[in-house]
Design a protein around this ligand. Structure first.
Ligand SMILES: *[C@@H]1O[C@H](CO)[C@@H](O)[C@H](O)[C@H]1NC(C)=O
Ligand SMILES: *[C@@H]1O[C@H](CO)[C@@H](O)[C@H](O)[C@H]1NC(C)=O
Ligand SMILES: *[C@@H]1O[C@H](CO)[C@@H](O)[C@H](O)[C@H]1NC(C)=O
Ligand SMILES: *[C@@H]1O[C@H](CO)[C@@H](O)[C@H](O)[C@H]1NC(C)=O
Ligand SMILES: *[C@@H]1O[C@H](CO)[C@@H](O)[C@H](O)[C@H]1NC(C)=O
Length: 463
């Protein structure tokens, strides 16, 4: 809803003046247009309220969980489980039955072989080489003396923590062969402001981020000719913290044109546009390999750890909180997560307050087959990797049959899933310097795919 209303706003602000100039069309059209405008204005006003609510939550970490959920989802906590599973379609169990034959080898005897981890490996390898050879990025230059050098230049330490992906990407990109100093040979333009650094900078903070970016885009669009050529369509920025999603809210043409490379790639909320934007995995940096991936050591069926901050997690608690096969731990765990991640066959990734977390990449790192319970999540590298070959995607309506689904996955199927999980591990790791096909190169490849589809060359007639 937010997305469509913003679109209306965009439409009224932008297209109106340019496309409807003819005097003959204007009179009959004006009535219709003003009606549309009124409707848009109404929708825009009502949804921006919703939007502000969600946004406020981000900064009020102490607010009680129940009110948090109520603000996010339109139903009460008491009935959450019931309402969560209410569905006009057939009973959830029927979906559980589907899984009895698994999705790897097809349904009801329709044999398919869905075990390949890439959608099209040959094409990917060829195209990747081409990308590696020809993709060129121009980074807007900033000096060390810039008062905001901390935000604009790469960090000189090894990034740590939940949002390390953003800092890693920038640090590696700056040193890579993709960089060009010659803007005329650039395919894409990188705006190097860091959402993580802005968040921690007392001069900016989460509240000042949108104004800073508005100012930044104003600056580059006046100082250089590149922005105006496409209204930012060949520009990109990278953000791993969810507040990055609101970064462009004060520059509407940016929001609709710029390629956003983000970890919070949920198309359920306004701000993420899957065909234009790219999903980057949130990765907690880890060194070396864990001791042993062997599936024989995995005695526990499934493992989950996290706080209860969403209806899906609440349902998990209500239904599987005391289960012995599914070990669901709510809150912080005493024993290190690693033991559980190595001792379980499946690791649950359940939509929390926000969809993104480093948990998926962690599961993959430890060779634990990820189970994704998050609808509307644009999975990282999903246009390259066949997620069904190394993870189990479960609709949240199926939480009541979660155990069925997992137990009915045959040993044969599980071993395919797990060996594929190990095959994709390399794509979910940061290395500095980067290693072919790691998270850095995969993100570059995502950009390569985006630039070929959104590029609008207006320069020929604008210059
Ligand atoms: C499925 O395809 C893979 C790769 O194409 C092949 O190695 C494997 O043997 C196939 N599996 C079955 C059961 O046909
Ligand atoms: C990608 O480019 C780097 C730097 O030129 C090179 O070391 C690497 O071998 C290339 N990888 C592929 C698969 O072409
Ligand atoms: C924009 O340019 C002005 C004038 O050079 C400068 O003071 C300001 O810091 C710049 N803002 C950003 C966000 O780069
Ligand atoms: C880009 O467009 C803006 C708004 O139309 C204009 O003010 C600015 O001067 C243009 N930039 C350049 C470099 O021409
Ligand atoms: C789990 O166990 C506790 C304490 O024994 C009990 O109060 C609760 O109702 C149980 N939950 C479920 C979902 O069975």
């Amino acid at each position: 809803m937010g997305k469509s209303s913003s679109f209306c706003y965009q439409f009224s602000k932008h297209r109106f003046s340019t496309s409807f100039g003819g005097p003959f069309f204007f009179l009959p059209l004006s009535l219709a247009i003003s009606t549309v405008l009124l409707i848009c204005l109404y929708i825009f006003c009502t949804t921006s309220k919703v939007f502000t609510n969600t946004q406020n939550n981000l900064y009020q970490e102490s607010s009680p969980i129940s009110s948090l959920i109520q603000q996010m989802v339109p139903f009460s906590l008491e009935n959450a489980a019931e309402e969560l599973f209410f569905s006009p379609r057939s009973a959830p169990l029927s979906r559980g039955n589907q899984w009895s034959i698994g999705s790897l080898f097809g349904l009801y005897g329709n044999y398919v072989n869905n075990t390949e981890v890439y959608h099209d490996k040959d094409f990917f390898l060829e195209d990747y080489k081409e990308m590696n050879r020809s993709l060129k990025i121009y980074v807007y230059p900033h000096s060390r003396d810039d008062p905001f050098a901390n935000v604009l230049l790469p960090v000189d330490y090894d990034p740590k923590g939940h949002y390390a992906s953003e800092l890693y990407f920038k640090r590696i990109l700056f040193k890579s062969h993709f960089i060009t100093k010659n803007p005329s040979e650039a395919d894409l333009f990188f705006m190097p402001f860091s959402i993580v650094e802005m968040r921690h900078d007392p001069r900016i903070g989460p509240e000042g981020m949108q104004d800073f970016i508005k100012d930044y885009i104003h600056n580059i669009s006046h100082k250089y000719p590149y922005w105006n050529r496409t209204d930012g369509a060949d520009h990109f920025y990278v953000a791993c913290h969810t507040i990055g999603r609101f970064a462009m809210d004060k520059v509407f043409e940016a929001k609709f044109n710029v390629i956003q490379v983000v970890c919070s790639s949920s198309y359920f909320v306004a701000g993420y546009i899957p065909h234009k934007d790219a999903s980057m995995p949130q990765i907690w940096p880890r060194q070396g390999d864990p001791p042993n991936f062997a599936s024989s050591k995995r005695k526990q069926l499934a493992f989950f750890a996290g706080t209860i901050n969403s209806p899906a997690r609440l349902a998990l608690l209500k239904l599987w909180g005391n289960d012995t096969d599914i070990f669901a731990h709510f809150g912080r765990l005493r024993t290190p997560d690693a033991d559980q991640l190595l001792g379980s066959k499946f690791c649950l990734h359940v939509k929390g307050f926000e969809v993104n977390s480093a948990r998926v990449a962690d599961a993959i790192y430890y060779g634990c087959v990820p189970v994704i319970l998050a609808n509307h999540y644009d999975l990282p590298f999903g246009d390259i990797l066949n997620w069904e070959s190394f993870s189990v995607l479960v609709h949240y309506l199926d939480i009541p049959v979660l155990k069925n689904i997992l137990q009915r996955i045959s040993l044969e199927e599980y071993s395919v899933l797990q060996s594929n999980t190990l095959k994709v591990r390399k794509h979910f790791q940061w290395n500095d310097p980067p290693i072919d096909y790691d998270a850095f190169y995969m993100t570059m490849y995502e950009l390569w795919l985006r630039q070929s589809s959104v590029r609008v060359r207006l320069s020929a007639w604008m210059e």
